[in-house]
Design a protein around this ligand. Sequence first.
Ligand code: SOE
Length: 379
Amino acid sequence: MKSLNIGLVGYGFMGRTHSNAYRKVNNFFDLDYKPVLKAVCARDAGKAAAFARKWGWESVESDWRKLLARDDIDLIDIASPNDTHAPIAIAAAKAGKMVLCEKPLAMTGAEGRTMVQAIEKARVPNMVWYNYRRVPAVTLAKELIDEGRLGRIFHYRAKFLQDWTISPELPQGGAGLWRLDVKVAGSGVTGDLLAHCIDTAVWLNGGIQTVNAMTETFVKKRKHNLTGAIQKVGIDDACAFLARFDNGSLATFESTRYARGHKALYTFEINGENASIAWDLHDLHRLQYFDHRDEGRVRGWRSIHVTDGDQPYMKHWWVPGLQIGYEHTFVHQVADFIQGLSSGAPASPTFRDALETQYVCDAVLQSAKTQKWQPVKRP
Ligand code: SOE
């Protein structure tokens, strides 16, 4: 087995999910490469060192440029805040490193395009961590749709609801709270949560042509955690939009961080002429499926417990009936990336795939401003 030497940038929530995935993947998947946790990089060297001790990273860097200059690193994994994705990814590609990047790919479509250009010029393997594609039930939904079981698709309905920013006392900016700081995050729920819904939707149901959106910022001013200054909030706290897909289906998307009681309720439902599918992150191992072609007397919604060996990814885990969870989606993503290295068929979403989501997010935010339908522009 060959070594795949990883240099991770960032040690937050996503740094943990990625570290866990690199450590576990070879225990469950037979692969040609073994990720080696070579170095973790973060501005705060002390905190990075503590993280390295906990997760087994061999060394620590406090400047990502030094990490990129190291000959013993094959792959740069960007798990730092959104405003750092482009400079690190572009420099890493120029340095000939493979690049994995947390979602959203970029702050805007224009920025994402420069990243795709750099990656494709350097011809380095790349991927964006839209992890929900690799929930086995969601992958099963993709298989059922691709087999044509739903027939013509009429409707796509997605929601991602949270409630963690309702308090006006919550500051913006800094560790853990940069998602509220527009200069660092680029946008609010659109880039953070709807980006997941859009990525899954485009994967399952094809391209989006046009959107009509509304956004709201419920808390207008917050204290900045780093400077203490009371500042205008620049992110969207909530966003809802209508969309038309290339295949003629109609969609509604909604996301908010103000849905009291909901912590991470990502749901989608797809209605086709023959069958419908529904999925819910809080019950992530189940896929709801209704097939109108079933015998009438027993026709109804089936709740498929996606835990059997012939269902996506599950033969790599325990025995039928036993569930896996959120962290396993990241393990699947690493496994697929490595299998892509071996086969030469890159795992999706690549940077180019993820750029599509940026273009949709741009159109959504533009529509919320103009209060008009906006076509998704792919310059
Ligand atoms: C925000 O709270 C967040 O952590 C997102 O940034 C993740 O992408 C999402 O999967 C869960 O919620």
